[in-house]
Design a protein around this ligand. Structure first.
Ligand code: FES
Length: 398
């Protein structure tokens, strides 16, 4: 039997409110400053937002010669809620150091629920990619991985976004849209129509090609358009994704989402601006900086290829390391086996926030997530700052 609520009239029912407020103030004044360890809300918060997670690799599928899909299950038996487009951060112990790398979750949120919940990450191996090489060579079924809970602001939000979604992807930037396509195909994004414009150089470079084809062939709400820039034998669309193509595949009032390399980002931004797409209708994933940062606007060319000394203070300890002007400070720290907590690795999340006590750094225009207070003071993000002189920095202890 449910409990009974009696209505006694407005004045009688509200007359106790001032006393309630007094009681509330009293209990706040007498409350301990320390959280109550027996409060059930702690367990709930830990379950929803665990700082660290442990995963076991349960399968490794070769999607192509250069792409592997790693399926992970949580060793804690629970995977926090996440959105298509969010990423998890892997913490890899390599040699004496710990490297962290963000990987977009390529499985769908519904696959992390139910009886056999799992996450998948898709790793694409390219020449010179240190971490993908490491994972391809070392990670085996049964291995355990440390990671973080899902993070990131790049996702489709039903209260804000249109149900007509045009996703524009380049290279391995397809992974958030693969997750979304799975969610749409499973009927979890009711009423959504997803068109993916996917740019690659050659047909062999297409990531998750068969998997995407299978989804689009079984679900009317998913359309995939491949556009190849460097494959004269490709029977489909050739060239680059531009204004005309975006216009052609746009319905009325679309939400546009982009995930891809830096060079493509500028091109897509121009196309959307020429189409007069309002900024609120465009979301982009974290844009990785180009491998040669000196090509970015405002980089002082005379500093290119120079080596600087960095004095690193953490707690009572002080170390001196060397760094190239072409590597972010966080990479120099990792190379020297000095742990630094990173998540997005592109200036957005603030996890690596440190103090620049002296010296000068270049901050990438696509990775400047510093708050205005930080810009005026000494706060900086080692993940998106390149040394332009000898530096003295103070980093948090991990
Ligand atoms: S890791 Fe996110 S701001 Fe540096």
């Amino acid at each position: 039997m449910g409990s009974k609520i009696s209505i006694n009239g407005f004045f009688r029912d509200t007359s106790g409110l001032p006393r309630m407020e007094e009681l509330r103030k009293e209990s706040l004044a007498n409350a301990s400053a320390k959280p109550d360890p027996n409060d059930f809300i702690h367990d709930l918060a830990k379950r929803l937002h665990p700082a660290n997670m442990r995963f076991q690799v349960v399968s490794i599928e070769e999607s192509s010669d250069s792409t592997r899909v790693y399926r992970l299950v949580s060793k804690d038996g629970h995977i926090p809620v996440f959105h298509c487009g969010q990423y998890m951060n892997l913490r890899l112990k390599i040699g004496n150091g710990v490297l962290t790398r963000p990987y977009t979750i390529s499985s769908a949120p519904f696959e992390a629920r139910g009886e056999n919940p799992f996450l998948e990450i898709t790793v694409h191996r390219k020449k010179g990619g240190f971490v993908p090489d490491y994972l391809f060579k070392n990670l085996k079924v049964g291995d355990t991985l440390d990671g973080s809970m899902p993070f990131g602001n790049f996702y489709w939000e039903p209260l804000r976004d249109s149900k007509n979604i045009v996703a524009i992807a380049g290279g391995s930037g397809i992974t958030p849209f693969y997750s979304m396509a799975k969610e749409v195909a499973a009927g979890k994004m009711r009423g959504c129509k997803l068109t993916i414009l996917y740019g690659s150089a050659k047909s062999d470079d297409i990531v998750l090609k068969n998997e995407l084809e299978q989804l689009s062939s079984t679900c009317w709400d998913i359309k995939i358009v491949h556009v190849l820039s460097d494959d004269p034998d490709w029977p489909g669309k050739r060239g680059f994704i531009g204004k005309e193509m975006i216009k052609r595949y746009s319905a009325k009032d679309c939400t546009y989402m982009f995930c891809g390399p830096f060079a493509m980002y500028g091109h897509i931004l121009n196309a959307l601006s020429e189409l007069e797409i309002p900024a609120r209708r465009f979301h982009h994933a974290i844009i990785s900086n180009p491998s040669d940062v000196s090509t970015l606007p405002g980089y002082p060319k005379e500093k290119r290829g120079k080596t600087f000394q960095i004095t690193v203070i953490r707690g009572m300890r002080q170390d001196t390391i060397h760094a190239s002007s072409l590597e972010p400070v966080a990479v120099a720290l990792e190379r020297a086996a000095i742990p630094i907590d990173t998540h997005c690795r592109n200036g957005e999340c603030g996890f690596c926030r440190s103090q620049l006590l002296s010296g000068e750094v270049y901050v990438s225009p696509v990775g400047d997530g510093r708050r205005s207070a930080d810009q005026k003071s000494d706060g900086f993000h080692p993940c998106s700052s390149w040394p332009l002189s000898d530096l003295k920095i103070k980093i948090p202890i991990m």
